[in-house]
Design a binder for this molecule. Structure first.
Ligand SMILES: [Zn+2]
Length: 139
């Protein structure tokens, strides 16, 4: 198994109004041990990458294409897959909910950090992260 690191940055606005950037490191084989659902459903889950099956796909750009459809540019930070497609409102709504869930989970983690009175450390940590000064082997 190769030790291949790829990460991606997500900007999160905390309830306090402060915006920080969180870097995800994707070198764990399977942190999310969600059961696989191989059966093709008739609904399209935009957050799932068709190439690497990671649920990390996010919208780069989107605009209204018609009264019922959105044109969305998608990118997978894990394998660099990307596409531009037109999707109906329901599909985009589901995608949006999925993205919200991801952000909520992040904010929950960050609140725990804040509660531990680590705000100052967190600031140093996040600036270290954004300057690539911290790598997974530091932990
Ligand atoms: Zn991918």
């Amino acid at each position: 198994m190769s030790q291949h690191n790829s990460n991606y940055v997500r900007r999160v606005v905390l309830p306090s109004g402060r915006a920080i950037e969180v870097v995800y490191f994707e070198n764990q084989p399977t942190a999310d041990a969600a059961p696989l659902v191989p059966a093709r459903r008739d609904t399209l889950d935009l957050h799932l990458c068709p190439d690497c099956d990671k649920g990390l796909v996010y919208p780069v750009e989107w605009e209204e294409a018609s009264a019922t459809h959105w044109e969305v540019e998608l990118r997978c930070p894990n394998c660099e897959w990307s596409t531009v497609g037109q999707y109906d409102q329901d599909t985009v709504d589901r995608f949006d909910e999925e993205l919200d869930r991801g952000t909520e989970a992040l904010v929950r983690d960050l609140k725990r950090l804040t509660r531990a009175n680590m705000e100052e450390e967190m600031e140093r940590f996040s600036s270290a992260l954004s300057s690539d000064a911290i790598w997974p082997m530091d932990f």
